[in-house]
Design a protein around this ligand. Structure first.
Ligand code: ADP
Ligand code: MG
Length: 898
């Protein structure tokens, strides 16, 4: 086959000829043959950074430049061992950094793989769903709203097909597609209206067509190289921390220069000053901060993935933890979307019950007297006929059981036919379908024009309000009265109607006859009830946004705990009226509602925007093509795994199991992750501050320097090297879901953070400086051994302090070790390495470390424990005072009731 074939210029027959493909699709065997020739329908993966590339990029860092300079200076001054040591430090740093970055990169890659596109295709004569990569040229495929076009397709049949091709043509106006043959050579893509191109999205309508080009031969494949770099935006927190690290670095440099001047005035040698200040800078600057935070975020994303939440945009990890409102779809998210018709109302007043459950045709239709009914009941026949005709679902009995695909409501209605003892086709004998009006959630109905004998008819099924528009006055009244009761009992009600027509335009439909009502039951997701309770305890409001009837919505909302009383419900219509009348009242009303019924997808955005204006940080779920605006507008858009490609593209998070409980789990993980970010910052900033204070005091007081330059570099390695990253693995305590969400605008350096950093740094400084002062001035220690003792003390203090950082509020004794073995391993390793260094001849010489005597140990240990004790006392006082002063929230609640 010729890859440059102008498919748009051939008619349907020629296309099928050229592709050797029959009108009913390919067989599995044929597909396998073709795949050998054409390969998989995939585009080349964007190439990530190579391991070597990541390694070398570690050296592109001002801090490293300074270290290299320091190494060169010391080499030139003849200090070969110091120079070598610096080199080793640089390499170890780079290796650590490489490992971390590589981990983050590969987890991002595996997440990308989890979002798969699907295609609906005819294989072996029947419509099935396959992964988009499995398509080959000649495949007969179906397109529907919300889908991403899986390959380049020559359209054979279209129904109101609108496709957005901005990705390919840059044109943001959607294109209306037809299937007429083109006659002009070399038309631009935007004008080839009988083609659908891979990677564009279907906004509306349906179509069938034949795959003509796949993979790299598609139009998008030709320009894929320019598209494959997927630039990940930097999470706001990381961006802020980058700026913060830069500020800290500048501050540290300024302090170093000042200290250097003081040292110089006190007669220190210039070479010593330079070298020493470099070391102070390197150990006090939290250069590991951005990386450690990135690791914490990527650990957060992989933990979320394990709980069925896939993060597409990294900022959502931190955002999900701070959301104050989750606006959820009803069907599929709060309920199982396993529709079954349980009740039928016929126009003669009969009410019928239906047995059976789920996607199969097993069950019966029984009247109030308990008699079985079958297809010979005329009214029932007409109702099922309309239900099966205006229907895009598939339900088939095969040798291995029941097979289904398509919309759950449609499948449920098809199953009625089997329950009356016949195949669905039995009800549509002698009928020719002329035109379908597919179901779109903004229309709330689906319909069909068909010919029966010499007459034309229209049949429809849909929401009672929609169908009623075409009924006679009495028909309307019956439908409303009957459906009201069904809806209040929690049934999703569909009305069916039909009538003769003489044109095929939906604009001029004549009056139709009511064929009856069907009541469907969609079981609640059991996990949703506790998940909603958990959200509420965590200060998160849960709202339901649905296209369903207000009474149905309320009945379900009550069972779920989303609403308690009737005035928490509002319909889309009422909202629209209010919005136009008075914006102030609109937002007041919006604040008090939790159930939004009969809402169109576009109104969803209005609700989200309104809630945002009320100060909410909003997460919203969506699955349909027209949910995209709401998903984009919300702070966090959540698409469902079963949702359309369009919704997934617009969302920042995808919930693979469509389950509300997973969203709650995601919130919890988001909060854990944010807490872990805080812990890392707490550790790095407080220890850095302590080091710089400890160095500054002796210089100002004219005492000998407490550390040598190489010792400071060493300290940096054994106290922060693994411990900061280890904090990112902290499991987090369940109390996070008992607290109200943090304000999204809140700085990470809130009062609590500033106080705990100051207190911890002060304790470490006082203990170490006191020790230094006593050793030098009181016990008459030699500088070399005094430094060895002081180093040991500092390493102990900082390693103990890691234990404090594991929780900001809970005692370190109550934070289970099993929650984070990494931290224990990190600390033990650091201790071992440090103690070992004093005994290893080479290293101990460079570092000027001497072994510590047992009796010194006996003093050092309790001295170092002060940091644990001190911070325990601090936590205790803080928790006490927090309990005494009721939080703002409790206070207002308390007083409002009086
Ligand atoms: P939800 O928010 O529960 O998902 P939808 O927007 O899917 O609600 O449905 C809104 C209304 O549209 C339903 O109450 C029903 O009356 C009607 N409807 C839903 N599915 C279909 C369908 N497949 N065919 C016809 N009408 C439907
Ligand atoms: Mg729906």
């Amino acid at each position: 086959m010729n890859y440059t074939e102008p498919w748009e210029m051939h008619d349907k027959g020629k296309v099928m000829d050229l592709l050797h493909s029959p009108g009913y699709g390919l067989s599995t065997i044929e597909v396998a043959e073709r795949r050998k020739v054409y390969g998989w329908n995939i585009l080349p993966e964007p190439r990530g950074k190579s391991l070597l590339g990541i390694f070398f990029s570690q050296f592109l860092n001002p801090l490293i430049y300074v270290l290299i300079a320091a190494g060169l200076v010391s080499f030139w001054a003849g200090d070969k061992s110091d120079a070598l040591f610096i080199l080793v430090i640089i390499v170890i740093n780079a290796l650590l950094g490489t490992w971390q970055e590589f981990k983050a990169e590969s987890s991002a890659k595996s997440l990308r793989k989890m979002v798969k596109a699907h295609a609906r295709v005819f294989r072996d004569g029947s419509l099935t769903e396959v992964g988009a990569p499995e398509l080959v040229p000649g495949d007969l495929v179906c397109l529907e709203s919300g889908m991403r076009v899986p390959a380049d397709i020559r359209l054979f049949e279209v129904k109101e097909l609108l496709i957005e091709e901005a990705l390919l043509t840059g044109e943001s106006m959607p294109v209306e597609k037809h299937c007429v043959q083109m006659h002009q050579v070399g038309l631009p893509l935007g004008d080839q209206v009988n083609m659908a191109f891979a990677a564009t999205t279907v906004l509306k309508g349906r179509a069938t067509g034949m795959v003509v080009r796949t993979g790299t031969h598609t139009e998008i494949g030709k320009i894929a190289a320019s598209l494959t770099q997927t630039e990940q935006e930097k999470p706001p927190l990381l961006a802020r921390m980058d700026i913060f690290s830069r500020k800290i670095s500048i501050a540290v440099v300024v302090i170093c220069v000042l200290l250097g001047i003081i040292g110089w005035l006190r007669g220190m040698a210039a070479y010593d000053i330079f070298f020493f200040m470099v070391a102070v800078g390197v150990s006090a600057i939290p250069e590991g901060l951005p990386v450690a935070l990135t690791v914490a975020l990527s650990i957060g994303t992989s933990r979320m993935a394990r709980r069925n939440v896939i993060v597409r945009r990294l900022p959502a990890v931190e955002g999900l933890g701070s959301c104050t409102l989750i606006a959820s779809d009803k069907t599929g998210t709060l309920t199982m979307d396993q529709q079954s018709v349980k009740l039928i109302y016929l126009p003669d007043g009969r009410r019928l019950g239906i047995s059976g459950q789920g996607y199969n045709g097993d069950g019966y239709v029984i009247n109030e007297q308990g008699d079985l009914l079958d297809h010979e009941d005329d009214l029932l026949f007409e109702l099922v006929k309309a239900a099966v005709l205006s229907n895009e679902g598939v339900l088939k009995k095969t040798r291995d059981g029941w097979e289904h695909s398509g919309d759950a409501v449609d499948v449920a209605l098809r199953s009625l036919a089997y329950k009356l003892g016949k195949d669905p086709e039995y009800f549509t004998r002698e009928v020719d379908i002329i035109r379908m009006v597919p179901y779109e959630s903004e229309n709330k109905y689906s319909g069909v024009y068909y010919q029966y004998r010499d007459q034309y008819y229209f049949a429809m099924k849909g929401a009672v309000e929609t169908v009623s528009k075409y009924l006679s006055g009495t028909g309307q009244q019956i439908a409303f009265e009957e459906s009201e009761g069904m809806a209040a009992a929690g049934y999703r009600v569909l009305a069916l109607a039909s009538g003769q027509v003489d044109s095929f335009e939906t604009e001029n439909l004549p009056e139709l006859d009511l064929l009856g009502l069907t009541g469907l039951i969609d079981p609640l997701r059991e996990e949703a009830v506790p998940a909603i309770r958990e959200c509420r305890e965590a200060g998160i409001e849960v709202a339901m946004v649905t296209g369903d009837h207000p009474a149905t919505a309320l009945a379900i909302a009550k069972r779920l705990g989303i609403a308690e009383n009737d005035d928490q419900v509002i319909t889309g219509k009422e909202l629209a009226v209010l919005e136009n009348a008075s914006p102030a009242e609109f937002s007041a009303v919006l604040a008090s509602k939790t159930v939004f019924a009969r809402v169109t997808p576009l109104q969803k955005k209005v609700i989200i925007d309104g809630k945002k204006q009320l100060g909410h940080f909003v997460a919203v779920t969506g699955d349909g093509a027209n949910d995209a605006p709401a998903l984009k507008s919300a702070h966090i858009g959540i698409a469902m795994g079963a949702g359309t490609d369009l919704a997934k593209d617009a969302a920042s998070i995808i919930v693979t199991d469509n389950n509300f409980a997973s969203i709650a789990a995601g919130v919890e993980e988001g909060r854990f992750t944010y807490d872990n970010l805080r812990k890392i910052i707490y550790l790095l900033i407080s220890t850095g501050l302590a080091e710089i204070l400890l160095v500054a005091l002796p210089i100002i007081l004219g005492m000998p320097l407490p550390f040598l330059a190489v010792q400071l570099l060493w300290l940096n390695l054994v106290t922060n090297g693994i411990q900061d990253i280890a904090l990112a693995f902290e499991k987090g305590d369940m109390a996070v879901m008992k607290k109200p969400p943090r304000r999204p605008t809140e700085s990470i350096f809130d009062k609590q953070m500033n106080v705990q950093i100051s207190v911890a740094a002060l304790i470490m400084t006082l203990v170490t400086f006191g020790c230094w002062w006593l050793l030098i001035n009181h016990f008459g220690y030699g500088e070399k051994h005094a430094r060895s003792v002081l180093m040991m003390l500092m390493v102990l203090l900082q390693n103990f302090h890691v234990l404090n950082c594991r929780s900001e509020t809970i005692s370190f004794l109550k934070t289970p070790v099993k929650n984070n073995w990494t931290i224990l391993i990190g600390i033990s390793l650091a201790q071992l390495v440090h103690i070992g260094a004093a005994y290893l001849p080479g290293i101990s010489k460079v570092l000027q470390l001497e072994p510590i005597a047992l009796r010194e140990w006996l003093v050092l240990l309790p001295a170092a424990l002060t940091i644990l004790l001190g911070m325990e006392v601090y936590k205790y006082i803080r928790n006490m005072s927090e309990k005494k002063i009721p939080s703002e929230k409790d206070g207002t609640n308390f007083f409002r009731d009086e």
